[in-house]
Design a binder for this molecule. Structure first.
Ligand SMILES: Nc1ncnc2c1ncn2[C@@H]1O[C@H](COP(=O)(O)OP(=O)(O)O)[C@@H](O)[C@H]1O
Ligand SMILES: [Mg+2]
Length: 370
C-alpha cells in the first residue's frame, strides 16, 4: 500500500506557522506511524484541491514547501484569531471537500445551547444565559451569589469577569484582554451593571452560574480532560490533569499562571479514595456524552479538551469545550508518554479514516456551522 499522506490545516505566513513546536512533534509522530504529514494553509490549496502546497521538514529541520496530491485525510488545526485570515479560513472550510478528521465547532454560546438540548447533559451544565441586556445580569445576580461573565469567542482566560455577592458588596475579579488582573468592589446592582456593560463591549458575552472551585484557598482549581478518537475510530480518554490557578486569580488557565498536577493525588486527600474514583468516573461519563452529543450535531470530530469544574462538594460541571486543545498539561506534569500519545492519536484516527475512506458513521452530518 502506498504511504498515506495527512494534511494539517493551519495559519501560515511565509514560513511562519501558528504552532511551530507542536507541528514539529506532530510531523515526527507521523513518521513513526509510517505516514507523511504536511502543513498547509487555505491559500496553499491549488487546482481545486487536486494539488496542495505542503510544508515538511528538510534534513536540517527547516520548513520546506513541496507539491502534494490531494491528502488522504486532513486534520484541521486552524485556531481562532479575530482576523481576516480566520474569516477566510471559515469560508474555505465551507467549500472544501477534503476528508476531514474534524469539523468546526460553534462559539461557546451555541455549544452550550446544543448541549442543553440533550437531557443527558443537564446534570453537568451550569446555568448560562446570553448577555443581551442588563436585565439578564439582574436576573442572574438574584439567582446566584457567584457569576462569571465570559466572551463567547474568548480563549486562554482573557476578558473573564467573576462577580461575587458578599456582605461588603459586589466583589469583581477579572482578567482583561492582556490577561492582567482587574479588581473592583461595588456596592449597588446598577454600578455592577455599568461595569459589566463596559466590560462586555466589542464581543458577545454569556453570564454563567459561578462554581465554587476553591478546593484550595483563594485559588481556582479545575480539571483539563483530553478525549480523543483512537486508531479504530472510537472515542477514548487520553488523560486528565488538575490545573491550579495562580493566587487570587479568577481563572486556572496555564497561561494565567496555573500549574498542572495529577488528578487522584490532588483529589483523594480532600474527598477520600472512594469518592475520588466516583468523581473521576463521572468526569469520564461527562466527556463521552459531550463528545457524542456534539459530534451528532456538528459532524465528525477528532478530539476535545474539556475544562471541568469540580466544586467543593465533589460535583463535576462542564465549563468549556475546546475543539482544538493544547496538551501541555501532560508535559507540565512530566508525563512524556501521555504527551506523545496525545500528539499521536489524532493522526492515528486520520489514518483510520483514510483507510476506511470515511465510512465510519461519525460523518453522517458533515456540514460545519458558520
Ligand atoms: N462558571 C464558572 N465558575 C467558576 N470558574 C469558572 C467559570 N467559568 C470559567 N471559570 C474559570 O475561568 C477559566 C477560563 O474559563 P473558560 O470558560 O475555560 O474560558 P477560556 O476560553 O478563556 O479558557 C476556567 O478554566 C475556570 O478556572
Ligand atoms: Mg478554558
Amino acid at each position: 500500500m502506498k504511504r498515506p499522506v495527512i494534511g494539517v490545516l493551519t495559519w501560515r505566513e511565509g514560513r511562519r506557522f501558528a504552532e511551530p513546536v507542536y507541528f514539529r512533534r506532530l510531523i515526527k509522530a507521523g513518521e513513526k506511524l509510517g505516514a507523511t504529514v504536511f502543513l498547509f494553509a487555505p491559500h496553499d490549496v491549488l487546482a481545486g484541491g487536486k494539488q496542495v502546497r505542503g510544508y515538511v521538514l528538510d534534513h536540517n529541520g527547516k520548513w520546506q514547501a513541496k507539491l502534494f496530491p490531494t491528502p488522504d485525510a486532513v486534520f484541521d488545526r486552524y485556531r481562532y484569531t479575530p482576523t481576516q485570515a480566520f474569516r477566510d479560513y471559515v469560508a474555505f472550510r465551507r467549500n472544501s471537500r477534503f476528508l476531514y478528521a474534524n469539523n468546526r465547532l460553534a462559539n461557546k454560546w451555541r455549544v452550550h445551547d446544543v448541549l442543553t438540548r440533550d437531557p443527558r447533559m443537564h446534570r453537568w451544565l451550569p446555568e448560562t444565559l446570553l448577555y443581551t441586556s442588563p436585565a439578564i445580569l439582574t436576573r442572574m445576580l438574584a439567582r446566584h451569589a457567584l457569576l462569571y461573565v465570559k466572551p463567547i469567542n474568548g480563549t486562554g482566560g482573557r476578558n473573564i469577569l467573576r462577580i461575587e455577592r458578599t456582605n461588603a458588596g459586589y466583589r469583581l475579579l477579572g482578567r482583561d484582554k492582556q490577561r492582567a488582573k482587574v479588581t473592583s468592589l461595588l456596592s449597588t446592582v446598577p454600578a455592577v451593571q455599568r461595569f459589566v456593560s463596559r466590560w462586555a463591549k466589542g464581543d458577545r458575552y454569556v453570564v454563567q452560574q459561578g462554581l465554587h472551585l476553591e478546593l484550595m484557598p483563594r485559588r481556582s482549581v479545575d480539571m483539563r480532560l483530553l478525549i480523543q478518537k483512537d486508531g479504530s475510530g472510537e472515542w477514548s480518554i487520553t488523560g486528565h490533569a488538575i490545573r491550579v490557578g495562580g493566587e487570587r486569580s479568577a481563572t486556572s488557565n496555564l497561561h494565567g499562571g496555573g500549574k498542572a498536577v495529577p488528578v487522584p493525588a490532588f483529589l483523594s486527600p480532600r474527598f477520600g479514595a472512594e469518592k475520588t474514583k466516583q468523581i473521576i468516573s463521572d468526569c469520564e461519563q461527562l466527556a463521552h456524552q459531550t463528545a457524542r452529543t456534539l459530534e451528532n450535531h456538528f459532524g465528525r470530530m477528532v478530539e476535545f479538551g474539556l475544562d471541568i469544574g469540580i466544586d467543593v462538594e465533589g460535583r463535576a460541571w462542564l465549563i468549556e469545550v475546546n475543539p482544538k486543545p493544547a496538551r501541555e498539561v501532560f508535559r507540565e506534569m512530566g508525563m512524556s508518554e501521555l504527551y506523545q500519545k496525545a500528539i499521536s492519536r489524532p493522526l492515528e484516527y486520520a489514518l483510520y479514516l483514510a483507510r476506511t475512506k470515511g465510512q465510519d458513521n461519525a460523518g453522517s452530518r458533515n456540514a460545519a456551522e458558520g
